[in-house]
Design a protein around this ligand. Structure first.
Ligand code: HEC
Length: 165
């Protein structure tokens, strides 16, 4: 009984931030703490056990992110953002076409973000978090044909936006 309430709360908070973007640090990002694996449709793993929801799917397996911000790289990322992303994303927590970016680096691992932005089609097909966003946004994020360098620079810009110094 209690457990299902906890689960409902987690599921609900997941929905809340998915596109509305309220940047909180709910645990929706982590797997629920129950040790029993739930059959109750936590989007994680049930239908696709080999999928790693932390990393997503794509060419980035591990990304080394230094603690300190690379300001020059972030500035390059901002330029790419202006051209390729700002029509659908705000850097606040407000939704435009897609979710606002505030807090995005706290919601996902760097590997997930880099894979998502370079490989959105496959991610939207396979990833529970991407699918939940799609249900709310009703638009599939199109592939923006980013180079790896641009993708990494965008991630640095997102970190800057999330107050990494
Ligand atoms: C045509 C609109 C559109 C454009 C352009 C676009 N996106 Fe998106 N983006 C979306 C939508 C919609 C989603 C939510 C997932 C979905 O429904 O596909 C999303 C989701 C995301 C997410 C996950 C957000 C979260 O809160 O978890 C990231 C990161 C992202 N986009 C990055 C980018 C980057 C980087 C660019 C530019 C290179 C970009 N997007 C360009 C529409 C867009």
């Amino acid at each position: 009984m209690k457990k299902s309430i906890v689960f409902a709360a987690i599921a609900y908070s997941f929905f809340l931030y998915a596109c509305g973007g309220a940047a909180d640090k709910t645990s929706a990002n982590e797997s629920p703490k129950e040790e029993t694996s739930s059959s109750s449709g936590s989007a994680n793993a049930t239908d696709n056990p080999s999928y790693d929801p932390e990393r997503g799917t794509g060419k980035f397996t591990t990304v080394d992110i230094p603690v300190k911000l690379d300001a020059a790289m972030a500035a390059n990322g901002e330029k790419v953002f202006d051209v390729k992303c700002s029509s659908c994303h705000k850097i606040t927590d407000e939704k435009l076409v897609g979710p606002g970016w505030k807090g995005v680096t706290k919601r996902h691992k760097p590997e997930w973000i880099l894979n998502f932005i370079t490989n959105p089609d496959e991610m939207i097909d396979k990833d529970p978090k991407a699918q939940a966003m799609l249900e709310i946004c009703m638009v599939r994020m199109p592939n923006q044909n980013l180079t790896d360098v641009d993708a990494r620079a965008l991630y640095e810009f997102m970190r800057k936006n999330d107050d990494v110094k």
